[in-house]
Ligand binder design. Sequence first.
Ligand SMILES: Nc1ncnc2c1ncn2[C@@H]1O[C@H](COP(=O)(O)OP(=O)(O)OP(=O)(O)O)[C@@H](O)[C@H]1O
Length: 723
Amino acid sequence: MSDHLASSHDEGELSDESHRRSNRASSSEEVKPASSSKGLESKMRESILSRLTRRKQSESDDDTTEQRFSIQPKDAQKEKEDRYREKEREKKRERERDDRKSGRETEVRHKDRDSRVRHERSGRDPKGHEHKHHHHHRKHEAEGHRGNRPERNRSSERDTEKHRKRDDRYKDRHRKSRTASPEDNRTHKSPMKKPKHGDIPEDGKLFDRDPNFKKKEKEVLIVEDVEMSPIEILEVKEEEAKIVEFTVDSPVGPKKYSKFESDPESDHEDEKLDDAKNHEDDDVIEVLDDPLPSDEDDESDEEKYSKTPEDREWEEMTETEQKLHKEAMKKRRTLRQKALIAQLPVFYPGLMGCRNIDEYECVNRVDEGTFGVVYRGKDKRTDEIVALKRLKMEKEKEGFPITALREINMLLKAGNHPNIVNVKEILLGSNMDKIYMAMEFVEHDMKSLLDTMSRRNKRFSIGEQKTLMRQLLSGIDHMHKLWILHRDLKTSNLLMSHTGVLKIADFGLAREYGDPLRKFTSIVVTLWYRSPELLLGTRLYSTPVDMWSVGCIMAEFILLKPLFPGRGELEQIKKIFMELGTPTEAIWPGVTELEGWKALTFEKYPYNQLRKKFLAGRLLNDTGFKLLNGLLTLDPKNRLTATQALDHEWFEEEPYPVPPEEFPTFPAKSEQNKAPPPVKSKPVENRMAHVDPETAKLLKQFEVRPEQVKPGGFSLKFDPTRF
Ligand SMILES: Nc1ncnc2c1ncn2[C@@H]1O[C@H](COP(=O)(O)OP(=O)(O)OP(=O)(O)O)[C@@H](O)[C@H]1O
């Protein structure tokens, strides 16, 4: 397994992958190492967090507002800014005097003051904001002249252009709003209150007749609401773009998101939402990850309620509206969180190691086979339903069970086919003592389905039989072409989805074969599906052993019961010979050389009686019978291969195979069982109540399990393989 994992996730492949991803998603020219992206991520995260903290700590005095605006002012700038602040305070005092005179409401004054401070600062600080802005553009222009520009660079320029326009709009708005009255200002500040048609603001018909009015308004308003300078927003966007470059592998291209939301373990966003009144932090996230506002003027209730309301709006809302808001925002966030998680790269075992089974929730127990117990589980991060097969370790005395290793290895190799169950990942138990395999969950196993149909007196139509056979043969053909023998094909190892797709499962006995053939054990394949060459003890076998099983399965699809249900090896081979005739050297050259043949004497059954089983053609026509006979040919060398069987004329004649989705549906047994109750282990002392305290203490010290202690006539048996 390790070889395989290592080979499929070696360094070269990973770096290729990340390169491809960055090509798709990046907006800067150079592909930077992952560590730099992490640095950026944490830098950005820190910057946002510190802003938030400062916001929370601060009252609305101008000093803190100023601090919030500035991006770590340099020493040289500091003095200038102090002077600027002093001037601002002076102005504030003047304004307050004026306001008192005119008897305005305090709230109105504050709004006005804040708005003016922001506006004036944006206009007056050319060395800070303007300079940075130009620098920003120069940087992108320079990138644009570097000749060979990849697509992501062009998209970066487009972004820059978008940002520049947004910034211009912002400045434009500020220029105009400086002349506007505070009331006008308020009108445009609220994203919920858009001006009615014909309701032209006094400040020079702002965005009037512009079809993108709403979009532009929102863009500006978001900037204002968060009390960030436009430059700061641009920088956040730039940093964001870099994060996206390294973290999102999206088939639809780059997607904006903040690091806060990418952490599935963290639900502090939800906590914030619970208290929708306290939505300061949401505003910041809003800026970071909200898609551009829609151009549509008519918004649905859901859209309306999933926007962060203004304080004032919140207060004006009825309780029901507040509730609707809370719910809509919670829903939106959950959806977005899930969408983002779904875009994260799937697990890379070579890079991350196996995840722990705690990452899954057990929904119910499906079934228990010889080699493992199968549960239906739910991925706690993505809610994806999977089948979790716990590989039985206790039967293994020498480390990791070889069957488990083979199963994982073979499935990883062959699983990339629609008719073979797909393995998602390998998981470790909490104490690292159990191994689980997470596979795609397939609702039915064919055996239970056939039993159900038989009980209900139903049969698959001929078209359905053909579809099943074609899917089965297709999966096997794929496997054989990869030099894999399944060696345990039977109806309980075939699964079928609700949508009629058949999948081959249980690769616990699968092996890779080669040319020339190597000797393998002949004790493989469940008895009823075991080929005559295996029953006669051959150790040099190949794909025909699987094709025999396919023949038995085809008959079972039609008859709804096993074709050769022997109770032992001898009875099994006898049943086969009775139905198909006892072979001779003429029919099966070399049969007399097989060990089993030499050791036993078989009654001579000269005729093939198989046809009778199918009610002389009523259940299977001649063409179908030819295929079945081709699969159940005694001589393995003459047995049909999967490729030959797929080309069989049975599939070409009417009735044709039906589309899988037209299969009848049945309630799945696998979804009905209850989840097992959590196992509570009793304290060792209780379980050893029958043992005297001194001995109990000793046993505890040696970690002896109670089942090793026989009650009465006490005898202690250590299992050396366990300690
Ligand atoms: N991917 C899956 N989705 C749903 N159910 C599954 C899945 N894989 C296995 N099962 C169920 O679990 C049962 C046992 O699984 P599996 O055959 O893999 O275990 P096993 O121990 O190898 O069995 P066996 O005794 O046949 O060798 C299957 O018959 C099927 O009902």
